[in-house]
Design a protein around this ligand. Structure first.
Ligand code: NAP
Length: 282
């Protein structure tokens, strides 16, 4: 037996597994493409021979794959479903509140406890004191596993037993960031048109580190090899648009941001930093 199983070893899942190992926990890992388990096994994790073995290996199972559909596809396999009984499943893939509400009863019916979580930051944040991870679900299960989960984030919070709240807060936080990206990109253009340098521009918002970082990327023309690409941000924006449609609220703001990102992707900037939207604001 291990303390925790991590399913999904993309850039985020691998960072999660590494943080558990660094904290001294016994970790089992599994990924659809087996090759991604190798660096983790070399670092001390146990590689499971099958998904069902991975599920059975630990009382706590953390899932971080592309989206909820991928999670569901994995867990629906009969062998996996049978292995879920008695586990606590923490879903850290990004999704909408509606997707969390749909997955919760399905996992519960399989005999497991479901906690829906959201990571407010990139893989480089995992394990740091200021990394924020929000969780929604039953308090008793959260408290039972909090000591292990705290290896991932200094700021690990249970935001209530309403299962949709973590996903909703994640999307609201991302919505704030999309407003910031567009605003900083336009501000950078504005400053350039008036002959003002990037350092002077950033100096007027000393208490907004994410905005300063975005302005710095633009100033240094440092759009290559981002932690999350513009296309990945576009996928997150699609979740915000979907939540708005699900909830019947106005979609103008996310639709406006989506228009900018879609034009940037069409212009060939999909693999660049999201601040590359500045390139289409000529
Ligand atoms: P990634 O590097 O693209 O990895 C995607 C992972 O999902 C891989 O392990 C992939 O397996 C797996 N996967 C995709 N489709 C699958 C399927 N149908 N069945 C089984 N496995 C499947 O993405 P990531 O950056 O790790 O992101 C993972 C999740 O974390 C996403 O929901 C993302 O929104 C969320 N997140 C990411 C960040 C970030 O900055 N990266 C920040 C916050 C939240 P293969 O290796 O076999 O393809």
């Amino acid at each position: 037996m291990s303390d925790v199983t991590v399913l999904g070893l993309g850039s985020m899942g691998a960072a999660l597994a590494q943080a558990f190992l660094k904290a001294g926990h016994a970790v089992t890992v599994w990924n659809r493409s087996a090759v991604k388990t190798q660096p983790l096994v070399a670092a001390g994790a146990m590689g499971a021979a099958s998904l069902a073995d991975a599920l059975r290996a630990s009382p706590l199972v953390v899932i971080c794959v592309h989206d909820y559909a991928a999670t569901r596809a994995l867990l629906e396999a009969p062998a996996a479903q049978a292995a879920l009984a008695g586990r606590t499943v923490v879903q850290l893939s990004s999704g909408t509140p509606q997707e969390a509400r749909a997955l919760d009863p399905w996992v519960t019916a399989a005999g497991a406890v479901y906690i829906d979580g959201a990571i407010l930051g990139g893989p480089y944040k995992i394990g740091l004191p200021d990394c924020v991870i929000l969780c929604s679900g039953p308090t008793a299960a959260f408290e039972r596993h909090a000591a292990v989960l705290r290896a991932l984030a200094g700021d690990l919070r249970l935001v209530g037993d309403n299962i949709g709240v973590a996903a909703a807060l994640d999307l609201a936080w991302l919505s704030m960031l999309f407003g910031m990206f567009g605003g900083v990109a336009h501000g950078a253009r504005l400053c350039r048109s008036e002959g003002i340098g990037g350092d002077l521009y950033s100096s007027v918002f000393p208490n907004a580190p994410q905005a300063a970082w975005t302005a710095d990327v633009i100033e240094r023309d440092a759009f290559a090899n981002p932690g999350a690409t513009l296309s990945v941000w576009r996928a997150a924006l699609a979740l915000i648009q979907r939540q708005a449609t699900d909830a019947g609220i106005n979609t103008e703001v996310p639709d406006f941001a989506a228009g900018l990102l879609d034009r940037a992707i069409k212009a060939g900037h999909g693999e660049e930093h999201v601040a590359a939207i500045v390139k289409i604001l000529e």
